[in-house]
Ligand binder design. Structure first.
Ligand code: COA
Length: 280
């Protein structure tokens, strides 16, 4: 394969099949539907050969005007080590322009991202498994349409960027649950089909106990389901997930560029589980 014959083009429907093959080759569980969701909320780049083979991908997912994640950065094994990953990242950085850019680096991607100026800000832990029956939590209920603005506000406070577009897609494909106290929503969790089963996330709460209750709600509602949860080491959710029977299967390093950020009003709400590793 000759890297000189590889062009970067806007990702189109004709690249989907090749992209799914690339993520499978990288050992990632994304189904065509997962790529379609990602593409619906992102701008994509495909690296294609003269004979239209897809040998690389990168997506930029904007959140409001200040922040974006770069995700699904993959180069075909046969084309690695010849600068294509850097070319894809440079194209992604141009799309992201002046936003603060966030990503989760795998071991493969870390050296490249460090060279491009990304700084590590945390550790992502990926958990999955089929969980035996647990007790139903108190105080958690399915969200209704009228709850959505409050859910958005909590997510924005915890994530420090506006993810309305992404959360609207997740709501269409899945479901939300909320923790309501004294008539106020004080935490939420989402669940949707993803990869080999369902992913629980994002989960936003004020404290670990509330986060565990929100996650328990979906574990109880999905007996026998294969569940995935991506969390961060600093949430201290991991020991509880392990006690339930979730297996630690991977993760990465959360990284950011400096860029523009929202007002630094620190919220006491925290993201206990990511939408997934790609979306943050
Ligand atoms: C990460 C990935 C996209 C890189 O693609 P690639 O085409 O091999 O990348 P490049 O050839 O452009 O190399 C990128 C840079 O990283 C450097 N690099 C790669 N591995 C390195 C290592 N172990 N130590 C130090 N530097 C390393 C290269 O030297 C290069 O630096 P340079 O541009 O200054 O010369 C590719 O390995 C991949 O698809 N991995 C599987 C999927 C994945 O994990 N993606 C990352 C998601 S976060």
């Amino acid at each position: 394969m000759h890297t000189s014959q590889i062009d970067l083009v806007a990702f189109g429907p004709e690249h989907l099949e090749g992209a799914v093959a690339l993520s499978l080759q990288a050992g990632w569980p994304h189904r065509p539907e997962d790529w379609q969701t990602a593409l619906a909320v992102s701008r994509g780049i495909a690296a294609v050969t003269d004979d239209r083979q897809v040998v690389g991908t990168a997506l930029v997912t904007p959140y409001g005007t200040d922040c974006a994640t770069i995700n699904m950065v993959i180069v075909d094994e046969a084309a690695r080590g010849r600068g294509l990953g850097r070319r894809l990242m440079q194209a992604a950085l141009e799309i992201g322009s002046e936003r603060q850019l966030r990503l989760v680096a795998t071991t493969d991607g870390l050296p490249l991202y460090e060279k491009l100026g990304f700084q590590p800000v945390g550790t992502i832990l990926q958990y999955q498994g089929k969980i035996p029956a647990i007790a139903a939590p108190d105080g958690i209920e399915p969200a209704c349409e009228a709850d959505f603005d409050a859910v958005m506000a909590l997510d924005r406070a915890a994530f420090e960027a506006d993810r309305r577009t992404l959360l609207t897609h997740i709501a269409k494909a899945g479901e939300f649950a909320v923790l309501r106290r004294a008539g106020r929503i004080q935490g939420f969790a989402a669940l949707r089909a993803f990869g080999r089963g369902d992913v629980i996330g994002p989960v936003v709460a004020e404290n670990l106990q509330d986060a565990c209750s929100l996650i328990s709600f979906f574990i109880v509602s999905r007996p026998d389901a294969f569940l995935r949860i991506d969390t961060t080491a600093d949430t201290e959710l991991a020991p509880w997930l392990e006690s339930l029977g979730f297996a630690h299967v991977g993760g990465g390093i959360a990284m950011r560029t400096a860029g523009r950020t929202e007002a630094p009003a620190r919220s006491h709400y925290k993201t206990y589980a990511l939408a997934n590793q790609a979306f943050g």
